[in-house]
Design a protein around this ligand. Sequence first.
Ligand SMILES: NC(=O)c1ccc[n+]([C@@H]2O[C@H](COP(=O)([O-])OP(=O)(O)OC[C@H]3O[C@@H](n4cnc5c(N)ncnc54)[C@H](O)[C@@H]3O)[C@@H](O)[C@H]2O)c1
Length: 350
Amino acid sequence: MSANVVLVTGAGGFLANWVARALLEDKKTPNIRLILTDVIEPKNSLTTAKKFNLKTAAEPEDILTIKADLTKPEAIDALFNTPFGIPDTVYCMHGIMSRGSEENFDLGLKINADSVRELIQATRHYGTKLGRLIRFVYTSSCAVYGGPFPEIITQETIATPEGAYGLAKLSSELYINEFSRRGLIDGRILRLPTIAVRPGPPAAAASAFISGIIREPIQGLPATCPVGQSLSSPELDFPVWIASPQTTTQNLIHAKHIPSSSFPKHSRVVCSPGFTVTIRDEIEALRLVGGEEVLKLIKFENDPETKRLLDSWPQRFDNSYAFSLGFVVDEGGMVPIVERFKRDVEAGLA
Ligand SMILES: NC(=O)c1ccc[n+]([C@@H]2O[C@H](COP(=O)([O-])OP(=O)(O)OC[C@H]3O[C@@H](n4cnc5c(N)ncnc54)[C@H](O)[C@@H]3O)[C@@H](O)[C@H]2O)c1
């Protein structure tokens, strides 16, 4: 059986690591060879897979970890010239997040737009050498949208970003769509909701606190909420569009397997399913799972810039197009997500 060679960028980060782990268990991707890359040393997902007790036939020699700065074209080229050969699938997941790319505009463009374009071109080039289209799965974001918002964002809503992060995501999407329409790559774009509860250290994202106000208190640590002044502030009724890491990972694996004929010719964009939750709902879920005492660990420091970015992101989506393609959504709201995170913390997995 020939190998399934999958390249995952951003593999030192949170979500790509989850995806790499899930790929190792994916029955539709047998005989996998994984190329994991990041500007920091990528995590070896086989080590974390063992910790998570996952079932995988992969051996250490089936995984390559490559530390590389993808703003350098030669570093991108090298990823297609490893002993594993040309990848048949690329997960393009590296980047700097919303707050980071807002504060460092030029670096944000270089990483989130220029290096992605370079990777798309390399995918096209090496697909020609391989003799078939390489699948290109891209993690976009709801930050591609800007106001004024309709009550519910649908597949037809036009994206008009209000920040540097959304701009770079949207411009990359346009390249992936056009390269796919021309038959140069086989793109799949998921506009991801904010992921909560995200384990590990906080991201440089305006939305980081949406995970932080659960993650830190559940571990007995203080957390800062940049929205509102106290537990009774009306600002806590602010709605956000979220999905759990488990469901998002499942959807990213599913994206790889959808036949290209399922998409319209000119668009590979799908809004990955999510649900709306208010900050107050989150805090209530924390209280139900962690108890009254943990709420004291949340400190309020109202931050207008965080609020500005959050206000510019949409809060409600129609999931029906994504469902028609087989994507899934979290069931049961916030409480099961917080419960699962607590279990993971107790088991030493988060
Ligand atoms: N986490 C979320 O809520 C969310 C929501 C929407 C979209 N996304 C997208 O999903 C992807 C993964 O997000 P994440 O939360 O895991 O982010 P993350 O910050 O944990 O991971 C991103 C990784 O990209 C790497 N990177 C940055 N610059 C690089 C460079 N020049 N060369 C190589 N690697 C570089 C970083 O070192 C980091 O490990 C990103 O594309 C992000 O935009 C995430």
